[in-house]
Design a protein around this ligand. Structure first.
Ligand SMILES: *[C@@H]1O[C@H](CO)[C@@H](O)[C@H](O)[C@H]1NC(C)=O
Ligand SMILES: *[C@@H]1O[C@H](CO)[C@@H](O)[C@H](O)[C@H]1NC(C)=O
Ligand SMILES: *[C@@H]1O[C@H](CO)[C@@H](O)[C@H](O)[C@H]1NC(C)=O
Ligand SMILES: *[C@@H]1O[C@H](CO)[C@@H](O)[C@H](O)[C@H]1NC(C)=O
Ligand SMILES: *[C@@H]1O[C@H](CO)[C@@H](O)[C@H](O)[C@H]1NC(C)=O
Ligand SMILES: *[C@@H]1O[C@H](CO)[C@@H](O)[C@H](O)[C@H]1NC(C)=O
Ligand SMILES: *[C@@H]1O[C@H](CO)[C@@H](O)[C@H](O)[C@H]1NC(C)=O
Ligand SMILES: *[C@@H]1O[C@H](CO)[C@@H](O)[C@H](O)[C@H]1NC(C)=O
Ligand SMILES: *[C@@H]1O[C@H](CO)[C@@H](O)[C@H](O)[C@H]1NC(C)=O
Ligand SMILES: *[C@@H]1O[C@H](CO)[C@@H](O)[C@H](O)[C@H]1NC(C)=O
Length: 427
């Protein structure tokens, strides 16, 4: 107990002792100007500035920069530099919200080939062929709503990338294969909302952890080879035209946390092997033509937070209880016309977008739904508030608060009146 508060002078001493080392260590990204300008003879890094050739290159691209892009936070472009001497070199450049007069030039990009990370965000400028030094140095390339239009051949030259993100840019290519097949170090790939057509690749890099090919025009079936990626944590193939069944080997994706196959034309059942993925957090199979019953094992997925099975052809009794549903952040099962829920486990007032079951586990003719007055009051203990379910908020939450306040206020008024009366009568 007495040792809870340390000696303040000791603390001060500790602070004094620590602070100089801290400011020397935080060289470039420190937001406080003093640390960049204070003479720190022990670190030559902070006195060294960007290679003048690279500075000129940035200026020739009309990228607004400050005098020393290595030591400041210039607004529209963000840069990181290495610590070489006498001049530092750019290793990462992010251009966002570019103005119209930014234009890429081969000469400038040649000077910038030390970059390992290059990112365009909301920069609708014209793309040019990257010099080969730059193309081979890049480990990370991001292009979101930028560079107008890209081709598969253009992207395929970035052979050493480990991270590739292209989103909201149209890509002309026969399919993802031509883009990805040569990228031997790829760990994470996003090609989303690019209008990419064709089929999913047959060969995948074994070290992939993140694959997002959502929002394209990809067709055909999900290849078995995709289910052999044992490090894959995130797979998003939603909003494409994929068909046939979900591979029965989907449960081989032992590291999977997010799975979205929503808005495709997938048919058949939810594979049993999915039971082997207890680490699943996000499962979105909505808007397909999946059928069969909803498997019981889903309710044992302890990490699950998001579950969308809506707009399919599932049938039978929903295998979930109220505790399970309330534990989820998002739960959607609506628009499955042959699916129903058990009123003795979920109560009669739930609004899941499906009908309650009859005695045989078949949907009863749907109640006059979307009406908060629906209440056949057969059992009264089931006023469940599924706050994560769509079509909520019809319930008595707010009115209970109002009622409480009203009761509180009126009792205070009553008390005052009572006291006044009391004081009058007892005079
Ligand atoms: C780019 O513009 C958007 C809005 O147009 C803004 O929200 C965003 O912060 C801007 N980004 C940068 C890095 O300036
Ligand atoms: C990838 O990087 C290595 C060195 O790290 C280099 O030798 C090779 O040429 C690069 N590959 C491509 C396709 O640029
Ligand atoms: C994809 O194509 C649609 C129409 O076919 C178009 O409206 C949309 O802008 C395209 N998306 C991109 C990123 O080019
Ligand atoms: C995959 O990653 C591991 C470790 O990160 C590495 O040893 C292995 O060489 C990589 N495999 C390939 C094919 O790049
Ligand atoms: C999958 O992609 C869609 C469309 O790009 C997006 O709306 C959704 O949030 C993504 N899912 C996950 C789990 O990231
Ligand atoms: C799936 O799509 C492919 C390509 O669009 C088509 O050739 C095939 O017939 C479709 N399969 C089924 C079962 O509809
Ligand atoms: C799962 O998806 C969410 C939302 O898109 C994302 O924030 C999270 O990083 C993803 N998890 C993994 C392991 O990629
Ligand atoms: C599911 O749909 C397929 C056709 O897509 C059909 O062959 C199969 O019998 C259906 N299964 C069930 C249980 O309805
Ligand atoms: C509800 O279902 C979960 C499994 O999802 C189970 O662990 C729990 O015991 C059930 N609760 C009740 C009250 O039946
Ligand atoms: C609904 O649940 C009750 C109690 O758990 C059970 O006795 C009954 O058989 C279930 N009804 C259907 C249709 O599954």
């Amino acid at each position: 107990m007495p040792t809870m508060a340390p000696d303040p002078s000791l603390l001060l001493l500790l602070l004094l002792f620590l602070s100089p080392t801290n400011s020397a260590a935080a060289v470039s990204p420190s937001p406080s100007p003093p640390s960049a300008t204070t003479p720190t003879p022990s670190s030559p890094v902070s006195s060294s500035t960007l290679d003048p050739k690279q500075l000129r290159a940035l200026q020739s691209l009309n990228i607004p920069t400050s005098k020393d892009p290595c030591s400041s936070h210039s607004r529209p472009s963000t840069t990181t530099c290495d610590s070489s001497t006498p001049f530092r070199h750019l290793i990462s450049l992010t251009l966002s919200n570019c103005s119209d007069d930014v234009a890429l030039s081969l000469t400038a990009l040649k000077s910038l080939s030390t970059l390992t990370s290059l990112n365009f965000i909301n920069c609708p400028i014209s793309p040019i062929r990257f010099p080969s030094d730059l193309a081979s140095n890049l480990h990370s390339f991001t292009c979101i709503n930028s560079l107008k239009k890209l081709t598969g051949v253009w992207l395929s030259r970035l052979q050493n990338v480990t991270e590739l993100t292209v989103s909201r840019v149209s890509i002309t290519a026969s399919g993802p294969t031509i883009i990805l097949s040569g990228m031997k170090f790829l760990h994470s790939v996003t090609l989303s909302q690019t209008n990419l057509s064709g089929y999913l690749p047959k060969h995948w890099h074994p070290n992939l952890t993140f694959v997002d090919l959502s929002g394209n025009h990809l067709k055909g079936k999900i290849p078995l080879s995709l289910t052999r990626l044992e490090n894959l944590a995130h797979l998003n193939l939603s909003s494409n035209s994929l068909n046939e069944t979900i591979p029965t080997t989907i449960g081989d994706l032992a590291s999977l946390q997010n799975l979205s196959l929503a808005s495709n034309s997938l048919s058949g059942p939810i594979p049993d092997s999915l039971a082997a993925l207890p680490g699943l957090v996000h499962l979105d199979l909505g808007s397909n033509q999946l059928n069969g019953t909803i498997p019981n094992f889903i309710r044992d997925m302890k990490k699950l937070k998001y579950l969308n099975l809506a707009s399919n052809n599932f049938h039978g009794v929903l295998p979930f209880n109220a505790t399970f549903i309330k534990g989820l952040e998002v739960f959607k099962v609506g628009e499955n016309s042959n699916l129903c829920y058990n009123r003795s486990t979920l109560g009669s007032k739930v609004k899941l977008g499906i009908a309650p079951c009859d005695r045989h586990g078949l949907p009863m003719s749907p109640p006059p739904a979307k009406d908060s007055s629906f209440d056949d009051s057969s059992d009264s203990s089931d006023d469940e508030d599924y706050s994560n379910v769509e079509e909520k908020k019809h319930h008595s939450g707010p009115s209970k608060v109002v009622l409480g306040v009203a009761i509180g206020l009126s009792s205070i008024v009553f008390l005052i009146v009572f006291l006044v009366l009391l004081s009058k009568c007892c005079k």
